[in-house]
Ligand binder design. Structure first.
Ligand code: GLV
Ligand code: GLV
Length: 357
């Protein structure tokens, strides 16, 4: 057990890098995405714990630097941790945390919004209005898809995917396709191909790893209904975006709602990380240059609604993610201390934190 004295010593050296926009104003003026070099200079020669963002490549270089600086704890401020080489973290004795739970409903709500926005061509119609093109009501103006009678499919029914399914059934279940007079519920499909063939609206919620990289490819797009809606609020590389652009071009009634995007340059090719404990193959898409770019041609497709990775961007959730990430690090660093302090932030009872006062 650490003595009170030990804890004070540790606290003196506790530097947490808050590179999130929420903490940026408190801790640094920097509001841009940090590069590996930026982070190396922030770590410096003494750093006990770090909060990182999903845009950063937490691999060999950063974890070895963190270890040299005496660091033992890292938390991603994200539920996804495909940007973290857990194997390298283990090698350098750094504990890794993420922020599940607090973003489940917020992310599911965005996926539901994208489903409706794609179905009813909201973004396209908004641009039309702003361009001053609205010249009076017409029967064929922005005719879209009706959810009534449609089948909704979820690929990756974990926390977020299940919340999305629940939302769609609770909000639209009275309209969605039912068997005879049965109330709408959900069923587990035998294969992913069954979902792709049968569903009118499909939302993707898997983690990104080797098995889900380009899960939606040319062949799988081809078996989907010509007027299907595909939503992705998971990770960009789950869809082969170049194949999607081609598909959108030749199928104008096919619509997508995208919150996440794939890499543009081959220089930013996917690297696969093998996670040590779970043995899950992890995929890292190198930071910084990946997401802000869309594949050529996507921006011109009217049948695509695109938003900039904002699925978890509600105030409540971002505060919850930031708090949970901070507590992941603090709790780990202070785990041997004696008193228990409960932290509440805007309705989140996040964690019990043991501390010596
Ligand atoms: C956001 O994309 C997250 O993984 O939290
Ligand atoms: C992640 O999979 C989550 O649902 O929070």
């Amino acid at each position: 057990l650490l003595t009170e004295q030990d804890c004070r010593v540790e606290a003196r050296h506790l530097w947490i890098i808050f590179s999130s926009p929420l903490f940026a104003q408190i801790c640094t003026e920097k509001k841009t995405i940090l590069s590996v070099d930026d982070i190396l200079s922030l770590i410096g020669d003494r750093c006990d714990g770090v909060i990182g963002q999903l845009t950063e490549d937490w691999g060999e270089v950063l974890f070895s630097a963190l270890k040299r600086a005496g660091g033992t704890a890292f938390s991603n401020m994200a539920v996804g941790y495909n940007n973290v080489d857990v194997n390298a973290a283990s090698k350098y004795g750094v504990a890794v945390g993420n922020t599940p739970g607090v973003l489940t409903e917020t992310t599911a709500e965005l996926a539901a919004s994208l489903s409706l926005a794609a179905a009813r061509r909201i973004a396209e119609a908004d641009q039309f209005m702003r361009a001053g093109l609205y010249d009076g009501w017409l029967p064929n103006l922005f005719v879209g898809n009706l959810l009534k009678g449609q089948t909704v499919g979820v690929i990756g029914a974990g926390r977020i995917g299940s919340a999305y399914a629940r939302m769609m059934v609770e909000a639209y279940g009275q309209f969605l396709k039912a068997n005879g007079e049965q109330p709408v519920t959900w069923k587990r499909a035998a294969t992913m191909e069954d979902v792709l063939r049968e569903a009118d609206v499909i939302s993707l919620h898997p983690i990104l790893d080797k098995t889900t990289y380009h899960l939606i490819n040319k062949e799988r797009l081809a078996i989907m209904k010509k007027e299907a809606i595909l939503v992705n609020a998971s990770r960009g590389p789950v869809i082969d975006e170049a194949a999607l652009v081609e598909h959108l071009k030749v199928n104008p009634m096919f619509r997508v709602g995208l919150d996440v995007f794939e890499v543009l340059f081959s220089a930013w090719d996917a690297k696969f990380y093998e996670a040590s404990e779970s043995n899950l193959p992890m995929l890292i898409i190198c930071c910084r240059q990946d997401e802000p770019f869309m594949k050529p041609g996507l921006a011109e497709q009217k049948n695509a609604v695109v938003v900039p990775h904002i699925a978890s961007a509600s105030k409540w959730t971002r505060e919850g993610m930031a708090t949970l990430a901070a507590l992941n690090v603090l709790v780990y660093l202070f785990q041997k201390c004696k008193l228990m302090l409960y932290i509440m932030a805007e309705g989140h009872v996040i964690y019990g934190l043991r501390w010596v006062l």
